[in-house]
Write a protein that binds this ligand. Structure first.
Ligand code: C2E
Ligand code: MG
Ligand code: MG
Ligand code: MG
Length: 280
């Protein structure tokens, strides 16, 4: 029965599915080419402390397709994650980011966050690769923040903890991204060697409207404080949200209210301005 169904699909009884498959295949090939032909770039979004000082940034991958224009990372990362292409993309990303960290001193750019997908994180040799790239660029691994999502626990908590501990031994910082959207049992948090939680922007954006999201954010902040984990609020879009978070002990912020993701050149200008202001 299943076999028949499969054949029916291949024969085109479900054209939408087949179209979707060939579109994905085409995009995957285009993405491989993009890596080889320099169509990829990185946008940087500043992260700030409560005084408005830039303490670092998040590196976000960008792809400008020669015909389709800018493709959203939500789309192309998902395609890349279906194969080891994601490993190649993120290896490229890590190489660039470590290069930037070695070029800019720590007082100019204290830290940089990169997103690592579960497929890459669970790849044998991931820790060795990270050791190598931080080593060849001669950077302090503690300036690199590896952002993981709750999906790292897909193979079970123990495996995830073991892998994370290997990263901690290298010295990199670990952040749990999009917190609150995944499996989200608060109980497992205490078993993870985390430096940082990033509250998902869906909660932050509903702060003004929705009483229950405000309660969730308050709970996350209180709990993180107890566990000694820093919290970054992502997707902060207005002053009311910032003030709410600040009053409940949030100390780190990222969002359009402060800065949108920007090209490297603009990011470096901003960092230079900051250092200039400190000196003057
Ligand atoms: P993310 O890691 O949660 O990154 C934050 C996303 O929120 C970014 O979207 C950023 O532009 C957006 N954002 C920041 N502040 C605001 C705000 O105030 N309002 C709104 N509406 N949005 C805000 P972006 O750049 O489109 O990236 C989307 C996602 O793609 C990222 O979410 C991340 O999951 C993924 N991604 C990007 N680059 C990489 C990568 O190199 N590897 C992996 N695995 N994923 C990546
Ligand atoms: Mg992220
Ligand atoms: Mg996030
Ligand atoms: Mg997100």
């Amino acid at each position: 029965q299943a076999k028949l169904k499969g054949r029916a699909q291949i024969c085109g009884y479900e054209p939408s599915m087949q179209t979707q498959m060939s579109w994905r295949l085409e995009m995957e090939q285009a993405l491989r080419l993009a890596l080889a032909e320099d169509q990829l770039s990185i946008a940087f979004q500043p992260q700030l402390d409560e005084g408005g000082r830039i303490i670092g940034g998040e590196a976000l991958m960008r792809w400008q397709h020669p015909r389709h224009g800018w493709v959203s990372p939500e789309v192309f990362i998902a395609i890349a994650e279906e194969s080891d292409l994601i490993v190649e993309l993120e290896t490229w990303m890590l190489e660039r980011c470590c290069g930037l960290l070695s070029r800019l001193p720590a007082d100019v750019l204290p830290r940089l966050s990169v997103n690592i997908s579960v497929r890459h994180f669970t790849q044998p040799g991931f820790v060795e690769g990270l050791t190598w790239v931080t080593g060849t660029h001669g950077i302090d691994p503690a300036r690199l923040v590896v952002e993981l999502t709750e999906s790292i626990m897909i193979d079970g908590l123990e495996d995830a903890v073991e892998r994370m501990q290997a990263l901690k031994r290298l010295g990199v910082h670990l952040a749990l991204d999009d917190f609150g959207t995944g499996f989200s049992s608060l109980a497992y948090l205490k078993s993870l060697p985390l430096d940082e939680l990033k509250i998902d922007r869906s909660f932050v954006s509903n702060l003004d409207a929705d009483g229950s999201d405000a309660a969730i954010v308050e709970t996350i902040l209180a709990m993180a404080q107890h566990l000694g984990i820093d919290v970054v609020a992502e997707g902060v879009e207005n002053r009311a949200q910032r003030d709410f978070l600040l009053m409940r002990g949030c100390r780190l912020f990222q969002g359009f209210y402060f800065h949108r993701p920007m090209p490297l050149e603009d990011f470096e200008w901003l960092l230079a301005e900051r250092v200039g202001a400190d000196a003057g």
